[in-house]
Design a protein around this ligand. Sequence first.
Ligand SMILES: Cc1cc2nc3c(=O)[nH]c(=O)nc-3n(C[C@H](O)[C@H](O)[C@H](O)COP(=O)(O)O)c2cc1C
Length: 308
Amino acid sequence: MKVFIVYCHPSEDSFTRNIRDSFIKGITDGGNEYVMSDLYAMDFKADMTEDQYLRDAFYRNTPFTEEDILAEHEKINSADAIAFIYPVFWTEAPAKLVGWFDRVWSYGFAYGDKKMKMMDKAMILCTAGNPIEKLEKFGLLASMKKVMFGDRFFNRAKQMEFVVFDGMSRKTESRENNWDSNLQKAYEKGRDFFADAEEVFTVDDKFFTAVENSESGEVSEKTVFCYHQKGNVIWAEYSGGSIVKGFLIGTMDEKHNLHFNYQHMNSSGEIRTGSCDSEPQIENGKLRFNEKWKWTMGEEGTSVIEEI
Ligand SMILES: Cc1cc2nc3c(=O)[nH]c(=O)nc-3n(C[C@H](O)[C@H](O)[C@H](O)COP(=O)(O)O)c2cc1C
């Protein structure tokens, strides 16, 4: 399996570079391979041209001509997973990496007529000067995760993990104190990168609730699904909100997508039936499914269920 590493730090004399090297050692010791874009070493151009802006903002499908973007697209589509390693700068990635997203996550590749493959996993390893308590208390970690998971990786990676190496400012004692344990953690994240994938996708004995639904859907955040799995057979009972009692049964395919039929009685006493196909995604160990469903009577919709 291959991981594409996007690394961004202006200095070789940095903790982040050490994290990168430990992670890479873990990847190769785990029997996997990697390809890397070291954005500063490549002198990656972070700002977009007017031409690209016009294509990306006005959804023009004119072909790409920028060789450096095409090379990044090729690295993404020839890898199974992607990892980003960078220091937190003002609660974001360094500008060069933000610019990488602006240019590489382009129309006709990452959105629109999408050519980008679905990554098996996306991992972020970022170093931060602040302790994690501060990043959590002020909602800073939540906003970084929201941008990365909710926007940049949305529907582009099945499994997502955000790893923070906190308290690493040069002026704090914790930098030295946590140095070795942090490098060990980065090594293990690399070594076990693909190892846990099968296990996390099982739905057996997992509970879910609907966090989004189309208007004609009936399940809601008040509905709880209790899933079971034996081999590739999956089934669940669900109830709550406007669902008095519901059952579903189907299969999980080799890509962990679910295909099932459902039937339930709603609070108006009607029995409603339909079918659903859903794609899995994992956010920091929590499973969610992006569902496309269809009532037997014809109407279609989408919903998202998330592990509780
Ligand atoms: C311009 C700049 C902005 C920074 N902004 C933040 C920040 O918003 N939050 C934070 O926790 N650390 C911030 N830091 C600290 C870096 O994340 C810190 O330098 C890094 O994690 C330490 O590792 P290094 O030796 O690899 O640079 C910032 C550092 C710089 C230089």
